[in-house]
Design a protein around this ligand. Structure first.
Ligand code: ADP
Length: 388
């Protein structure tokens, strides 16, 4: 019910609500303010203020007609009185949230019931705000504006989230396609190279070198593709064996030697003390280290140095890949392990999937991976793996 015998008109000391300028792109559609109110004086006061803002005013005076109207109307905000001839405005708010599914539509209660129980009832029915009568019309307009701004921000955020999801989906589809289309021809190249090797078809030392270089590049491409496949499927298969760390280093040296030479970066390995034994997945560890070493080279200046140091840690292994490159800003240290995340200012092209694979693989091996700063400049990627 509306208040009796008090003045709810504008406070002359408070500036009048100013008409809002409607942005050009929104000029087609007016903001809709829906009001459930059985007191015609209050409804008309609010109508004037609302229309002065260039908004559309929609009014109902019973709960039943309000619920009916809200089934088809799409207002931007709802103002609800509580005491109405056919019930309480709380039930309209509840119906709007549950039955009509309008979970994000802002609702403000506008009522003479100012006791704490009623206020709590209003919020638990799903309201965003609760204003008691008598109220200052300027304040009500300001509240409506604030709730509309929040609603716009939330809508923009969820649009952004949707776009990012769509973007990630498209990227994943493209990756899947590329990986699928590359796997078969690269497999044929591998078979061909293996055949040339096993039959000793190339004997000239210069060509043997070229052949080795082609094999190394192919192995690297296959490692990257395997990572993409794992990331795409969201799982990695783990096969445990006793680890042969020196053999793993040999394979990495062979694969990366030429690339490091070309960029004039030195690659130094330190291996665990003799007699070190542990059980893990050698191939998975190889692929993680290949990604880390490849990044260390990519983000190192020419003439730099990359150290891949492995040492026993309890019954497991700790490997550090240290470079003197760009380093990682503090705010990015966790984010770089997320799929597609790249440091924004990074000048070097890449896909942002290598480290996401490394994190997934280390977790599959019950281990951890993180990055630390190196002084005066550079990064130290650390992995710790237990014996499985
Ligand atoms: P990519 O290198 O293909 O972009 P990654 O997932 O391997 O993808 O790395 C994610 C991001 O982390 C990179 O884009 C880069 O910004 C940063 N990063 C990774 N390794 C290094 C490193 N050794 N030094 C500096 N930045 C790095």
């Amino acid at each position: 019910m509306g208040p009796q015998g008090y003045d709810m008109d504008m406070d002359p000391a408070v500036p009048k609500p100013q008409p809002q300028s409607v942005p050009a792109d929104q000029s087609q559609r007016k903001v809709g303010v829906f009001m459930l109110e059985d007191d015609p004086t209050i409804a008309s006061l609010v109508q004037d203020a609302v229309e002065m803002q260039g908004w559309q005013f929609i009014h109902r005076s019973t709960c039943a007609s309000a619920v009916e109207a809200l089934k088809s109307l799409k207002p931007d905000i709802v103002l609800l009185d509580v005491n109405l001839p056919d019930g309480e405005g709380f039930s309209v708010c509840e119906a709007l949230r549950r039955e009509l599914g309008l979970s994000t539509l802002p609702v403000i209660f506008l009522t003479s019931r100012g006791d704490p129980t009623s206020r709590l009832r209003g919020f638990s029915a799903g309201a965003q705000d609760y204003v008691t009568k008598p109220f200052l019309i300027q304040e009500l307009v300001a509240r409506i504006q604030a709730h509309l701004a929040i609603k716009d921000r939330e809508a923009a955020l969820s649009q952004e989230l949707l776009k990012t999801r769509l973007h990630d989906r498209v990227r994943q589809d493209i990756m899947d396609m590329v990986v699928h289309d590359l796997s078969a021809p690269l497999g044929t190249v591998k078979l061909t190279l293996d055949m040339i090797n096993s039959r000793g078809l190339v004997t000239d030392p210069a060509y043997v070198r070229y052949l080795k270089s082609a094999e190394n590049s192919l192995e690297y491409a296959l490692v990257m593709i395997a990572g993409l496949l794992d990331l795409g499927s969201g799982t990695v298969r783990v096969e445990t064996h006793p680890l042969d760390y020196p053999a793993l280093v040999q394979r990495l040296q062979k694969m990366f030697g030429p690339q490091f030479e070309i960029k004039k970066v030195s690659l130094v390995f330190e291996v665990p003390a003799a007699g070190f034994r542990m059980v893990s997945d050698q191939t998975l560890l190889f692929r993680v280290l290949a990604n880390l070493i490849s990044n260390a080279l990519k983000y190192s200046p020419a003439g730099g140095r990359v150290l891949a140091r492995a040492l026993q840690a309890g019954t497991g292994l700790r490997v550090e890949v240290v470079d003197g490159g760009l380093g990682i800003p503090a705010a990015e240290k966790e984010a770089i392990f997320k799929k597609y995340h790249r440091v924004a200012s990074g000048p070097i092209p890449g896909s942002g999937i290598g480290l996401a694979f490394c994190r997934m693989a280390c977790e599959a091996l019950n281990g951890r991976i993180w990055v630390e700063d190196v002084l005066p400049q550079g990064s130290r990627f650390v992995i710790e793996l237990p014996s499985l």
